[in-house]
Design a protein around this ligand. Structure first.
Ligand code: NAD
Length: 473
């Protein structure tokens, strides 16, 4: 299937999920259409010097919904990118932001390249020119459109984008807020790198905390001891795996570009990454079995499957062979709409992408706030808090006559630093949002699953913005 067909399939799935949820709301059809359709797409090409010649680069930026500004969404570097894919991803961003109460509209960008085919210098040229094109059309800026990392991009590309934007807009005091996912030295925030994977863990942990739901899946309450398989060991997959392991889950299988491995006894994630760095592959990891194909990884016996690579991975073709009881969609759109119907008849619970991978945009929101406020979170209060706790401990010690040990002082009398606050804000967001969508799933008539509940939740929130403006009486 061509990249364009893959993109069409993805967009069709997202629109199908929207229609399914919209039918369960009582908003007027004009309003639902306004929410559904993408507001603007900028599609462009530009030349970049490569070796002795030039290469023409195809790129996009889609802004799905301007109901709140700025719009926000990652930039993907992928040879499989297409316009429909970018629109589908921008659409998901709108709903995602609404679900986790991040006050942004949705956007997404893509550059149609395989980054492995370009040198660092060439990638820098591609990124800076992409940014310049966005500046020319007012598709970037702290108040209008704020990109972030996605598949194939990271802090390095975000630094190039910020630097290019600043070169053109040096007089804007909030210019650094034009992009998130920057390194801390470039104005980023502690905790952003791992935010999406950490959010996936918080979301899955919350889902597993509900004894009733777990019983329906034939599982015990709690994430501890759950057997987990992860597809894709990039930013999202690695951190999701790492935090799940730290939370007591057992990582029994992995699938990457080069193949898949399994070990029912558990695989140490950091040792596996070290093995991959040394050998260039996850295959032949000591104690693990190599599977025939990378797709076989998705079909391993496990409790939780975390697809964290790309869209359209679980399809009509392989859905019936999935053995997981719970799927956490860390990637965007890994399950196609027909596949979801099959999984539902098999009794498999899906925690949808629009909720579970929202940790990245949540912490991006914190980074944007930090850039606008020009101060590190925790800087003003950390010492004061630590001093206050110390005074309380001293009073308790004096009143009770019991000495507080140094260890107790260190664990109690400390103020929250930036990372503590980011983790705490993210945890609160993921727990609250899960409870909101589960409540809709369980209490509203005819809501079949968490995905439809999540879409209803976002449609209602976005509709309210328009209704309060009196645009759709
Ligand atoms: P990444 O580029 O860091 O990692 C993706 C990994 O998947 C790579 O290691 C790649 O080799 C692997 N992969 C690709 N195709 C595969 C296949 N067929 N089978 C197995 N492995 C495969 O990308 P990322 O930032 O981790 O993003 C992964 C997914 O998560 C994407 O769908 C992205 O849109 C979504 N997402 C990312 C973020 C973020 O903050 N980075 C936030 C929300 C959602």
């Amino acid at each position: 299937m061509s990249a364009e067909q893959q993109g069409q399939k993805f967009l069709a799935s997202v629109e199908h999920y929207f229609d399914k949820a919209a039918a369960l709301t009582d908003h007027p059809s004009g309003l639902l259409n306004q929410i559904k359709h993408c507001n603007s797409v900028y599609s462009f090409t530009y030349p970049v010097r490569k070796g002795d010649g030039y290469e023409t680069i195809t790129a996009w930026r889609a802004e799905h919904s301007h109901h709140k500004l700025p719009v926000k969404g990652g930039i993907r570097y992928s040879i499989e990118a297409s316009e429909d894919e970018v629109v589908a991803l921008a659409t998901l961003m709108t709903y995602k932001c609404a679900i986790v109460d991040v006050p942004f509209g949705g956007a997404k960008g893509a550059v149609k390249i395989d980054p492995k085919n370009f040198s660092e210098e060439e990638l820098q040229r591609i990124t800076r020119r992409y940014t310049t094109e966005l500046i020319k059309k007012n598709f970037i800026g702290p108040a209008v459109d704020v990109p972030a990392p996605d598949y194939g991009t990271g802090a390095r590309e975000m630094a190039w984008i910020a630097d290019t934007y600043l070169a053109f807009n040096g007089e804007q005091i909030d210019a650094l807020g034009c992009v998130t996912g920057k390194s801390v030295a470039q104005g980023g925030i502690r905790g952003r790198t791992e935010a999406t994977g950490l959010g996936v863990f918080y979301g899955l942990r919350e889902a597993c905390e509900n004894a009733e739901d777990m019983k329906e899946l034939g599982l015990e309450k709690g994430i501890s001891g759950k057997r987990v398989v992860v597809q894709g060991l990039g930013n999202v997959g690695y951190y999701a795996a790492k935090f799940c392991q730290e939370g007591g889950a057992v990582l029994v299988g992995f699938s990457e570009f080069e193949g898949a491995i399994s070990d029912p006894g558990g695989i140490e994630i950091d040792k596996l990454m070290e093995h991959r760095r040394d050998t260039g592959s996850i295959l032949n990891y000591p104690g693990a079995t190599n599977l025939d194909t990378r797709e076989d990884g998705l079909e391993l016996e496990c409790d939780i499957l975390i697809p964290a690579a790309l869209e359209n991975q679980i399809t009509r073709e392989n859905a019936s062979r999935i053995k997981a009881k719970l799927i956490g969609e860390a990637a965007n759109g890994p399950i196609t709409a027909p596949a979801e119907d099959i999984l539902e008849t098999m009794g498999i619970m899906v925690v949808p992408d629009v909720y579970i991978n929202a940790g990245g945009v949540t912490v991006s929101y914190f980074e944007w706030l930090k850039n606008l406020s020009h101060v590190r979170f925790g800087r003003m209060g950390k010492r004061f808090e630590a001093g206050a706790y110390e005074k309380i401990l001293n009073v308790i010690s004096t009143k009770t006559g019991k000495e507080v040990t140094q260890k107790e002082y260190e664990s109690i009398a400390r103020g929250a630093g930036e990372k503590d606050l980011v983790y705490s804000g993210l945890e609160e967001t993921m727990i609250n949002s899960y409870q909101q969508i589960r409540e809709i799933w369980k209490s509203k008539d005819k809501v079949p699953n968490l995905r439809t509940a999540a879409f209803i939740n976002s449609i209602d929130k976005i509709a309210l913005c328009y209704l309060e403006l009196g645009i759709f009486p």
